[in-house]
Design a protein around this ligand. Structure first.
Ligand code: DHB
Length: 304
């Protein structure tokens, strides 16, 4: 009932694990797969090992979380071994793998993409971490020319579908979306975290996060994400994966009606547990049965 085809790839359902959440090891990916996700997205992986920031890296706020992990990862060569360990199990469960990657420029992105390609079904470009600095993350995704270069270079390097994950922290996301699609992106994932934001511990008289500020996720950012997906659907002609504060089947359906072909869940795992993927699928199915409609007929149906 929820089977979805995106860029020629068949997903058993359109509810995926978002990048950066629970994707640090192969066994974590497998755990999410067992809990009903249609696909799992890895932690963002770079060329070299990166330790990430010191604790605290995450703080709960009203309506969500702020996090600044610092893109911790073991480097692509070691990470692909993690995927390799669980790849057959995921295949047996019919769960696809999306490789989230980052880099400091188009050359680095292309190298990482080439290295991860044999292990994943799709690549997602993290050009949107809001606090990465140093030329990484949103430094790229806030600039249409740099975004274009990264997508073009990765598209030259690999054959599997490439999605660009966009940041909401721009004046006009449509400009960035047009640039990545012109460069050959097969789809867009929207949105990455909002902000960055800051929480100050008034006893300690300093910011709580060791990085001082971080990206906001969770329920509070959902209306912003829905609006962006709605706008992107009218701007570009590629599939959109919606992400931002999804915790229920109703949330997922809002994104689908705005124009998303699939959704990703990140912070929702903290709110509803690992089996949130199965729960969201069940809730979507109840709606589809009740209304006697097919999921694909709802994609973008909120537009006039
Ligand atoms: C991190 C990366 C992100 O893309 C994001 O949205 C939030 C945090 C990180 O690893 O710090």
């Amino acid at each position: 009932m929820l089977k979805t085809v995106i860029c020629g790839i068949e997903f058993k359902n359109p509810v995926f694990l978002a990048a950066g959440v629970m994707g640090e090891t192969g066994s974590a990916l497998k755990r999410i797969a067992k809990n009903g996700a249609g696909a799992v997205c890895t932690k963002s992986v770079g060329l070299e090992r990166k330790e990430g920031h010191k604790n605290p890296t995450i703080v709960e706020v009203e309506g969500g979380f702020l996090n600044a992990m610092g893109l911790p990862n073991p480097g692509v060569d070691e990470y692909v071994e993690e995927i390799e360990r669980v790849r057959n199990d995921l295949k047996r469960m019919n769960v696809r793998i999306i490789g989230s990657i980052y880099g400091k420029d188009e050359r680095e992105f292309a190298i990482v993409a080439e290295k991860i390609e044999p292990y994943v079904d799709m690549i997602e470009l993290n050009i949107s971490c809001p606090h990465a600095g140093g030329g990484y993350g949103a430094t790229i995704g806030q600039n249409p020319d740099l975004s274009y270069k990264v997508v073009e270079s990765v598209k030259d390097a690999v054959k599997i579908p490439v999605f660009a994950k966009l940041t909401p922290n721009v004046t006009d996301i449509k400009v960035i979306a047009k640039a990545v699609v012109e460069a050959g992106a097969d789809g867009i994932t929207a949105i990455n975290t909002l902000g960055p934001g800051m929480v100050i511990d008034i006893e300690a008289r300093k910011p709580i996060l060791s990085n001082k500020f971080g990206g906001m996720s969770g329920k509070a950012i959902k209306p912003i994400a829905v609006k962006i997906v709605y706008d992107l659907y009218e701007t570009v002609d590629v599939p959109i994966i919606g992400v931002g504060g999804i915790t229920t089947g109703k949330d997922a359906l809002e994104f689908i009606m705005a124009g998303a072909s699939a959704v990703q869940v990140g912070t929702g795992v903290y709110y509803r547990g690992y089996d949130i993927f199965r729960k969201i699928c069940e809730e979507m199915e109840v709606f589809l049965k009740e209304k006697n409609v097919k999921l694909k007929d709802l994609v973008g149906c909120a537009h006039d």
